[in-house]
Design a protein around this ligand. Sequence first.
Ligand code: ADP
Ligand code: MG
Length: 682
Amino acid sequence: MIDLHNIPVKQVSGVSALKQEELHAFGIFTVNDLIEYYPFRYEDYRLRSLTEVKDGDKVTIQAKIMGLPVLQRYGRKSRLTCKMVAEDWMFTATWFNRHFLKDQLTTGREIILTGKWDMRRSQLTVTESEFPDRGTVRSGSLQPVYSVGGKITQAWMRKTIGQALQQYGEMIPENLPPELLRKYGLMPRKAAILRQHQPQDSEEGQLARRRMVYEELFLFQLKLQAYRAMNHDRMDGVEHVVDNATIREFVRSLPFELTDAQKKVELEILQDMRSPYCMNRLLQGDVGSGKTVIAAIALYAAVKSGHQGAFMVPTEILAEQHMRSLTRLFEPFGITVGLLTGSVTGRKRKDLLGSLQMGLTDIVVGTHALIQEDVFFRSLSLVVTDEQHRFGVNQRSILRRKGFNPDVLTMTATPIPRTLAITAFGDMDVSTLSERPKGRKPITTYWVKHSMMDRVLGFIEREVSLGRQAYVICPLIEESDKLDVQNAIDLYVSMQQAFPNMKVGLLHGRMTAAEKDEVMRAFYENEVQLLVSTTVVEVGVDVPNATLMIVMDADRFGLSQLHQLRGRVGRGEHASYCVLIADPKSEVGQERMKVMTDTDDGFEVARRDLELRGPGDFFGTKQSGVPDFRVADMVSDYAVLEAARDDAAQMVAGEAFWTSPEYGPLRDYLRREQVFQGELID
Ligand code: ADP
Ligand code: MG
């Protein structure tokens, strides 16, 4: 049988070698990838009557040409108008820069127009038009809108996907077993895919979507549950052997006492590490709740058991910071820490890799490349990661096959409701740091208008004269890297002018790793008092003497991002402040600033953010740490997710799933996703 997963997209007629290359950028390699490239919305070209249309609506209507077209030219630009009638309505159709249409507008001819309706002036500004006597393409239908870019246009994508469906549509196989289709009355896969691309009406589109949502969530859960079923009874995780006295020795050396929450989480983790099962635990805790020291204890336990640990973080700045603080903590115990990032190269890198392989370096801090590529360990038994690097099932089974079977601890500051975390991550255990260290003063947050900038400068002056330090954050300009850097530099210059007696530092994404490192070092050591920065300091930076966080144009940030930024202060014994500078115009914008001044509890911020933005938005972003789905929405499709989890768990528990032909397509899927390799008979 033909498997669409194995047919290169070039086999679709109209896809040249060049176009094939361009499609790769969209993650489209095979015919299957192409037909599963669903539209994110539809354009409505269904015919309507002017009687039901509101002023300003975008509509498609059928009309008859009544008058002679009038063409006006303004240099290179032109404007074409013509009198029309639709039902009993007389109106004027207007085209911009379509002078070539003039000769086709003959009196009495039928035409289908799409455009914006101006009720008051009885005028339609036309964006698209077609003549029924020449056959229509769009009119009367819902047209899919795909995410496109570069050299791939919307029209080309529509045509090409349509072509692929014509060539291969008949070969789209069913992958769900009949019992599930029956249970939920789901549309067959072939029909659902066709209808996702070309729905007749929105009900049908909804039914098609419903089928694909279930399929997507079911396959996701199947992966988790199958992995779990296959590994559940495996006792081949590392059994760490480390006694409580040894752990206590390290904990006593810390400059503070652990909070009760930290103690509880520490026990949960140590218990996992000592067991022969493989740990897969999510540690969640608000910013400043003290997750890093928990990671340190776990790494210490790994090394004291005769193994090695890896600590993966998202940025070089963070890697440097953790390198410094872990070295300080571990030095008295003779534990060695190495650093591996993109800027560690040549001789240095080679030495480190050798030393890891021989087991001379106990712990390595670095970015994602750490556990891939050419890095080998003598005995890696623990990987601590940040949520940006959450290990999927795929990576974990790759690690297993590579011979490592490390315990995995994932840390996140994103407050994910517990039930959602358990269902979404399926195979993870969850620990929560529910309190912040004692003695922390709350962070006071102010929201001020730009016109108060003088007072803000006075505030900076005061904090610095008290021996404290401050951040000023300028927003990231996503569209333009260049503008972004320029913005930061301008602010840096004006701060230098405002504070001639202070040392001002500058940090942005275009600086080299060495430059960034130097600025951060100077800030840690209070050689720099005021740090002007883009959002690169957002994650994890820890300078307890900094007590003032100023965010310019704060309304341009997401609330969870603002909360992260605010979490950079309030880390020591001094009272801390966050000043948000913003003049939001909309009511929601103002409400968002108020949320920040009302509470400094991350869960509360997330909850109010959800209310203001709507769930799809919040969980649709990568930041949330919840997996991204193509069709499904984590929150509104939550009930389906739960049903899919139960179905998947039940299915993998049965003997038939692993042997019977009707589950063959699902086993193929698991194999493609590398949950297992040839190890199953089929
Ligand atoms: P986060 O959870 O945001 O990663 P960190 O681990 O960076 O937080 O901890 C924030 C700060 O609190 C650090 O300076 C850390 O040394 C300090 N800290 C951690 N635990 C405690 C504690 N039990 N008592 C006092 N300070 C602590
Ligand atoms: Mg942290």
